[in-house]
Write a protein that binds this ligand. Structure first.
Ligand SMILES: [Zn+2]
Length: 98
């Protein structure tokens, strides 16, 4: 066992956050999976390969919930504001936006 440690860890996939729209390591973000009855948080593989990623931090959640767009290409479905609020609440930071 004499292998040098790699200078950088490059095994982590890069995904785009649906809040801030910045690219980051997948493991830093929560995964959103498109289900038949809406979008849920989850660690399992997304059904039919549909999933999105979101930083579990207030700034990203706010932008995700309050964003003008309601269609997310990575999920291939629309999300109402209510659905986005539910996702944000499940991440532990409920928002009440009127
Ligand atoms: Zn983000």
């Amino acid at each position: 066992m004499n292998q040098p440690m790699p200078a950088r860890k490059t095994h982590s996939p890069i995904r785009t956050c649906v809040g801030c729209l910045e690219r980051d390591h997948q493991h830093k973000m929560a995964r959103l999976g498109a289900q038949q009855d809406g979008v849920r948080l989850g660690s399992a593989r997304p059904p039919r390969g549909r999933g999105a990623y979101l930083h579990p931090r207030a700034a990203c959640l706010e932008r995700f919930v309050a964003g003008k767009g309601n269609e997310f290409r990575s999920l291939r479905q629309r999300l109402s504001r209510g659905e986005r609020q539910t996702v944000a609440a499940e991440l532990g930071r409920p928002f009440t936006l009127t």
